[in-house]
Design a protein around this ligand. Structure first.
Ligand SMILES: [Zn+2]
Length: 437
């Protein structure tokens, strides 16, 4: 019975004091937890303190914090339009005294430091005490830097330093879908290499008419990288192949031991060079061939005694062969023109130029592929183009069908050297192709 009583009374008791009991339990729980947590925290703090007192860690931490605020600091500063060195010193927070000292030094040595927009100047700063410049590096050319260094005698040393460049070799290939130029740019080939490529094929290939869709090219060339792994210059095209309608036109670079030969040759040792180039302009479109046509301005049909190449205003025009300049000036309908005498047989004319290249004067000798002027639309012309004429024994002839004797063919010892050079290039090409795959 007692059990019954208990059973009946306990729930009743519980019901009456339930809220007090729960509050009490909760309070006990909270006290225990907080206490535990405090204990845990103080233990943690102690152990952290112990860790911090550890001399090795101490050293490490001060090393890290020193790294965050270094004594020596390097700033790469990009020159903004019209900025002077003085202005730049203020921008990088160099104190007045230091600023004056350097500027005075530069003017006392009559150093002409040309600052160019977007040029990257490197400052090495010493942050001990007053912020001091310990070194300034200003690029002069792609290959040379001007370096000014603070020395121990409380003044500066300066020098022109040739950058360390690494020579690398690059292989590229592409299918020509639009133009050679576009397909080369697509493969990140630098325009200066494309120009070189066009120049070496300028004797054999008419880039407007000979290249068809799905033709392709392969190229191996040299490039120079600086210590930041940035390509700063290009060397020779060691190998080039233009595959036109399935036919390969392979060219190998050959530099003879005596350095007398420095040129591109076909694989049989035949020089690609001819007296005159077929296309004395790069990337142009042949717009009007040699022959009878209705003159676009005069309106009547007459012999077009030259070849027209449409090209953007300012495109460089090359001397199609080596020779002596016999005329630079106004040619009436031909506008600004240049005439070159190559030998007793050939003379060439270049008309409608916008301007002449520097140093192009009557009597001056020019080399083949040297730039003599720039495309324009002067004289009787409907748009920017080059009018190009070849005069053979006093008679105007079609430059595009003209058969010129081929250049020198390597023989004897030179031929042997060339064959060896060719093998080396082929091996290099195979290795480079392997690397890219
Ligand atoms: Zn013309």
């Amino acid at each position: 019975m007692k059990i019954y009583y208990f059973k009946n009374e306990f729930p009743k008791f519980f019901k009456e004091y339930r809220s007090y009991v729960l509050t009490l339990l909760l309070t006990i729980f909270v006290i225990i937890t907080v206490n535990n947590y405090e204990n845990f925290r103080s233990k943690q703090m102690k152990s952290l303190e112990n860790i911090y007192q550890n001399i090795y860690l101490h050293k490490t931490l001060s090393y890290i914090s020193e790294g965050l605020n270094p004594r020596f600091e390097k700033i790469e500063y990009i020159v903004q339009p019209g900025e002077s060195l003085e202005k730049i010193f203020s921008n990088i927070n160099i104190n007045e005294k230091e600023k004056k000292k350097i500027l005075q030094f530069i003017s006392s040595k009559k150093l002409k430091l040309k600052l160019i927009e977007n040029q990257k100047i490197i400052f090495q700063l010493d942050n001990l005490g007053n912020r001091k410049i310990s070194q300034i590096t200003i690029p002069i050319t792609k290959k040379k830097d001007f370096v000014l260094t603070y020395n121990n005698q409380n003044t500066f040393d300066y020098a022109e330093i040739t950058k360390k460049l690494t020579l690398g070799k690059v292989y590229k290939e592409n299918i020509i879908r639009n133009s050679l130029y576009k397909s080369a740019i697509e493969k990140q080939i630098n325009p200066s290499i494309i120009v070189q490529f066009a120049q070496i094929y300028g004797f054999q290939v008419d880039f407007q008419r000979d290249i068809k869709k799905n033709d392709s090219f392969q190229i191996v060339y040299e490039e120079y990288k600086n210590d930041e792994n940035k390509t700063v210059d290009f060397g020779n095209i060691l190998y080039a192949n233009l595959i036109l309608q399935g036919k390969s036109l392979e060219l190998y670079f050959f530099n003879s031991k005596d350095n007398k030969i420095n040129d591109h040759f076909e694989s049989n040792g035949q020089s690609i060079k001819k007296t005159l180039m077929k296309t004395p302009i790069n990337g142009a479109r042949l717009s009007s061939p040699f022959g009878n046509r209705k003159h676009p301005i005069l309106g009547y049909t007459k012999l077009h005694a030259g070849t027209d190449f449409a090209a953007p205003m300012g495109t460089p025009i090359m001397a199609s062969g080596s020779g002596t300049i016999i005329k630079v000036g106004w040619c009436g309908g031909g506008g600004n023109c240049v005439k070159i005498r190559h030998n007793s047989t050939y003379t060439t004319v270049y008309a409608h130029m916008s301007k002449f290249a520097r140093g192009i004067k009557k009597g001056v000798r020019v080399k083949q592929a040297q730039v003599i002027g720039f495309v324009g639309s002067t004289g009787m012309s409907t748009g920017p183009h080059l009018h190009y004429e070849v005069i053979q024994n006093g008679k105007k002839v079609n430059s595009q069908t003209l058969k010129l004797p081929s250049g020198k063919k390597l023989k004897g010892n030179e031929r042997e050297q060339f064959e060896l050079a060719k093998i080396k290039i082929d091996v290099l090409k195979a290795e480079l192709i392997n690397e890219t795959n």
